[in-house]
Design a protein around this ligand. Sequence first.
Ligand code: ADP
Ligand code: MG
Length: 685
Amino acid sequence: MVTIDSLHGVNAKVIEQLDKLNIHTIYDMLFYLPLRYEDRTKIKQLADLQVGDNTMVEGTIQAAEVKYGKKRSLICMLEDGTGTIALRFFHFYPAQREALKPGTKLRCSGEVRQGYHCLELVHPQYEPLDYSNLSPDLAEHLTPIYRTNSKLSQTVFYSLIDQIFAKYEIIDYIPEILRSKLNLLSLQEAVQILHHPTPEIAPSLTDENHPARIRLAFEELLAHHLSIYSLRANSNKHNAANLDNAGILVQALLAQLSFKLTAAQELVITEINSDLRSTNPMQRLLQGDVGSGKTIVAAISALQAIESGYQVAVMAPTELLSEQHTRTFTQWLEPLGIKVTWLTGSLTKKKREQTLAIILAGQVSLVIGTHALFQKDVEFHKLGLVIIDEQHRFGVHQRLALRNKGNQDGVYPHQLIMTATPIPRTLAMTAYADLDTSIIDELPPGRTPVTTVVMPNTRRSEVVERIKNVCTNEARQAYWVCPLIEESETLQLQAAEETATKLQESLPELQIGLVHGRMKSKEKEQVMDAFITKEIHLLVATTVIEVGVDIPNSSLMIIENAERLGLSQLHQLRGRVGRGAIQSYCVLLYQQPLSEVAKSRLGIIRDNHDGFVIAQHDLDIRGPGEVLGTKQKGVMNLRVADVRRDKDLLNDVVEIGKIIFNDYPEQCQALIERWVKESLHYGEV
Ligand code: ADP
Ligand code: MG
């Protein structure tokens, strides 16, 4: 692929700036679309100007003076025989004043605004016209304006684009026959229109569904889809651990369970079991709303691997959750004679070495931990199944990187990926195209929906009364969550500590515990144990308890500053209560004043209990990066497309994707390389 430094004028400084915009190849440049356009193809008469025009005018400066209003500014009155307009500069140099003195002829362009007395151009681009009054040539097409920083001027972009158009053939990897089927423009036409539009098509360009933009959006979505789809196809060529067995351990576990599986759980277990018996590695996403009972499904899958003599790794996003899983799995599996180990970051060096040794020797069947499980020094004896809980916290890249771990002599472990954050279908088709999906679509019987109330934090004292009542008269327990206020863990911590102290003052009769992310895991464990054994009535926590924590006796949750949290996060937090049959409550406290948007978001949580519905709202409000929890990690970093706006393209993307993958392997590879930089990091596929 042609790199950008093959073009003229691209020196080290320019490369550095382009790098910040993620422009490395000529295609990156072509896919970097203008923010807007200015019309410098004709000169407009001043008398015809209207507010909002992006226009070019010519005239003579009649007067220039510095005005001292709220802000000092240089004002020049420009006149062309039909009318006048003011040019306003808030920043100017002495040399500029000199260049803009009365009598100077100028050509200027910019956006027309309504000033105090007359129309204005604020900080217009301008060039002096020669005394001979020969106008410089007018542009042939609209002038694109690119998003940039002060270090990179528009002229650099113009030069790059011009050179690319002049020197290089723009290769279209979507075959003509498929293009015409979908009525897509050629790539050449599309980029030409977007970077050098003629004045006639200018008005239609503001339409987001302009065929030129659609063409690029389609290609981009296609490339992302293909990158993940081909990973899946490749992993289908791998051999998987053979986990075919009689299921004696599973029967034994079911016999000792205190509850009966729901029909939805039974169904997904059947799906998983048939995958595990296949000769290809399972890649299955298990979606199930908060509290739907995914953990027992994970345990049953684990037993199928263990019965065949393989090890199982269970990865959780937080230490707190991995500790809870250790407790749950130990309780379920140890009676069957199966050894469970917790591998946490906080083990002493000696203990860690011992643990690693027994894992390598195969003396333990089930290993639970955070992502620390996949550090280099962790070697398994015979890994057959990897279970990833609350996958939305990990991100697609991490998940894909894990694929190749645990490959022994060409045998790959199966993967079960669990999430409570439902992935809307449109996203699943692109970011998760490599996975099969199972859904637990019912909750265990006897659950009562959590009653949610929204109130300003000025009504705190009522809430405190309510806690007292719940914890003493009803012998239930409660959570008080203090979310991130600033982007600082230390501040969050302070807030949580202060809250705990204040609550203790108002509720001297209760035992109050505190748990946060900075605590050592031993301390966390002690607090959680005390909460489980009901020594602690009220647990003040940061959002560390967001995922997975399962303590059925708690029936009240208070979330402070709820307006600052995302919808899916609120839903997750609320899922910590309502885990038993008792009526549970969730109080969303907010800080006044509350914006309209914030109000409607809290309303969505109050009125909805279905995680899928909530996730759809979340997607509409915040966009896919946030919903996937992977914004920082650059997954689905789309340049042109927008999964919400372009969702109607997705069916075609999937259909064409299949054809390109099967019949045009070279084009498939080229499309991925051109658009999806992350694909380079997925490692061997
Ligand atoms: P999540 O899907 O959010 O991970 P968990 O696996 O933590 O949910 O399950 C929530 C609670 O429901 C746990 O206490 C679990 O033991 C219980 N549970 C799971 N399945 C059933 C069932 N079929 N009937 C009754 N309770 C169940
Ligand atoms: Mg869970």
